[in-house]
Design a protein around this ligand. Structure first.
Ligand SMILES: O=P(O)(O)OC[C@H]1O[C@H](O)[C@H](O)[C@@H](O)[C@@H]1O
Length: 617
């Protein structure tokens, strides 16, 4: 199989190399968007493409139509055309595309210092590599594997989708396009039993870079066992680098692979499942949210469906919902519930519309947050407290697994008020989910894995990391309160987090490690960061005002001055994020100063954000 894979993958790349070579010769410049259409014409209709006849005018038309951007301002179309101009076969360090358990890169030019590294050939190589990984994992029983592809609203997503599709079909996999979709829906498609929608698929890809700026893009991969982990991604990128290396060596051969490429509206299936879940839990009432006013803010990402396809069928009014239309330039605010401007926008929408509830999603809808009718946020610790309360009503005593930056007040709330157990683990949604599943599998019942970032997964939902499903839990609570005669809007939700102690001050400062600094002395930034952390640990041990937290899974977490700090290594960046929580600014500064005194001798560490915090009023 791998021989076929190599051959087929080379076929596509050789053809693309020819396209782009002719492109250069014609003096037009290598426009990747045009190559897309040629290669589709080639691999799907198996016809050779006549390059010479394209005029510059036609190039633009093709690009605009292919990007599905007909309705956008012309300035954006121009941006997209420019972004397609790349030198396709430059050397690429595939390892650099790994971002934890995701792949992320720059897909659009125009941002200084951020050259494109997610070109079409790179995406095709990754697709072919994913296919080979999947074929190794699955027993095929002679059946052709099928893979679903969805994408968020980014301006490069459609282009990436087409490149990915070519990479998969080139090695003989069937492909089903979902178009605009959410990350959780893509995972769901590996579980759905519905042949009308070609489900379940053997594997699934979401094209997204979550909340990152418009010029980035990336891939998340799923099988029915869940999202791929770090090691799988490393494996796929190594395979992709090999595939990429080999092209332009052999002559083009037409793969006789008889693949099918289909398009279905899978979001229809996913959203009707969510609707049915609420109806069922509310006692099979058709419109259990009738009379409630709920506004949604999708930040122009992929989450706009939640208003029209989930809330309205359930009877809620969604007037005043905002930024539901996809726009990959994200003109209103960053689609990220951790972003202050985003939260401000949804709070304002709730207040202006006198709504009962506000719901906000990130770009690809694996994260969410809510706002009650008074504008109180259910975000970060408060979101975890709310979800813990809902989950512990159903599963008393269960363990809630969270990331490492959660507050002491949250632990007290989960354990003392709700009667559950709090297992504060590491940052990273995949880490949190895997840990909850692991605990559960060894008999320590765990039903919720959730991060302060808004990622959350329930055991009952296959540990699927789904911002929409979290909000469905809130809707179920509102619906069942309504059906039992409690018509107080979101008050029932607000009451659930009563008693959660919140810190007076909570800050996150990100201390950068300058990788080119002589103080690293040949060490990696991880090694350097570890040395900083060890030093902080020993200075904290000798400070009588500070106590190291006994159970801690990442970085150095220390209690003192009525609060705590955590210094740890970022999952992705050469950065040591520092979280500090304390009853007052004064106490927070004492904690910050303890950190500064310990780390200031490390000259490659940029402590300016901590200095600024300590000097602030
Ligand atoms: O370690 P950091 O740089 O703070 O990033 C950590 C965060 O990275 C991404 O946003 C992941 O989606 C989160 O699950 C994770 O918690």
């Amino acid at each position: 199989m791998s021989a076929i894979l190599g051959k087929a993958a080379q076929g596509v790349f050789n053809f693309r190399a020819q396209c782009c070579q002719q492109d250069r010769q014609s003096g037009i410049g290598c426009n990747t968007n045009v190559c897309i259409d040629m290669c589709n014409a080639y691999s799907l209709r198996r016809k050779k493409f006549a390059w010479a006849g394209l005029s510059v005018m036609k190039l633009s038309t093709l690009t605009i139509n292919m990007n599905g951007m007909e309705n956008r301002a012309s300035v954006r179309c121009t941006a997209a055309i420019n972004t397609g101009t790349i030198s396709s076969f430059e050397k690429v360090d595939f390892r650099k595309l790994q971002n934890g358990s995701d792949i992320r890169g720059v897909a659009v030019s125009g941002v200084e210092g951020e050259p494109i590294n997610l070109t079409d050939p790179v995406a095709e190589a990754i697709a072919a590599a994913f296919a080979s990984w999947l074929m190794d994992k699955r027993k095929q029983d002679g059946k052709r594997l099928r893979v679903s592809i969805g994408h968020d609203s980014r301006i490069s997503s459609k282009q990436m989708q087409d490149a990915f599709s070519r990479g998969l079909t080139s090695v003989g996999l069937n492909v089903i396009h979902y178009g605009l979709a959410s990350t959780p829906a893509m995972f769901n498609s590996t579980l759905t039993e519905n042949e009308n929608f070609f489900c379940p698929v053997d594997g699934s890809i979401m094209i997204t870079a979550s909340h990152l700026p418009y010029n980035r893009n990336g891939f998340k991969f799923f099988t029915s066992s869940g999202g791929l982990g770090k090691n799988d991604i490393k494996d796929i990128l190594e395979r992709a680098a090999n595939i990429y290396e080999k092209f332009s060596v052999e002559k083009l051969e037409e793969p006789d692979n008889g693949v099918s490429v289909k398009k279905v509206d899978y979001m229809e299936v996913y959203t009707s499942d969510l609707v049915e879940t609420v109806r069922r839990s509310a006692g099979n009432i058709d419109k259990p949210l009738e009379g409630l006013h709920i506004v949604v803010d999708a930040g122009n990402g992929a989450g706009g469906f939640f208003a029209g396809k989930v809330l309205e069928p359930l009877g809620a009014s969604t007037t005043g919902s905002q930024f539901l239309e996809p726009d990959g330039m994200f003109p209103n605010h960053i689609p990220n519930p951790e972003n202050k401007a985003a939260m401000k926008a949804i709070i304002q929408a709730v207040k202006e519309n006198d709504a009962d509830l506000g719901i906000i999603f990130d770009t690809d809808v694996d994260r969410s947050a809510a706002v009650d009718s008074n504008g109180n946020e259910f975000n970060r610790n408060r979101l975890i407290a709310l979800m813990s309360a809902l989950v512990l009503e159903k599963y008393p005593g269960t363990t809630i697994v969270t990331d490492s930056v959660t507050s002491d007040g949250l632990t007290a709330f989960i354990e003392k008020k709700l009667g559950g157990k709090h297992h504060r683990f590491k940052r990273g949604y995949k880490n949190v989910i895997d840990e909850a599943a692991r605990l559960d599998s060894i008999g320590k019942a765990s039903h919720l894995a959730i991060e302060t970032s808004g990622h959350g997964a329930l055991k009952e939902n296959h540990w699927l990391d789904d911002g929409a499903y979290l909000m469905v839990q809130v809707l179920i609570k509102l619906a069942s309160a309504k059906s039992s005669g409690n018509d107080n809007g979101s008050k029932i939700i607000t009451d659930l987090v009563e008693g959660l102690e919140e810190p007076g001050v909570s800050v996150e400062l990100r201390l950068k490690i300058n990788q080119n600094h002589a103080d690293l002395g040949g060490r990696s930034f991880q090694e350097y960061g570890d040395t900083v952390l060890k030093h902080l640990e020993s200075t904290s041990d000798s400070d009588t005002k500070l106590q190291k937290v006994p159970v801690n899974y990442e970085g150095i977490r220390v209690s003192g001055y009525g609060g705590w700090f955590l210094l740890r290594l970022s999952l992705h960046d050469p950065v040591l994020p520092l979280n500090v929580e304390a009853p007052s600014n004064e106490d927070a500064k004492k904690l910050g100063l303890a950190v500064l005194n310990a780390v200031k001798e490390f000259s490659a560490l940029d402590t300016s954000s901590l200095d600024d915090f300590l000097q602030s009023e």
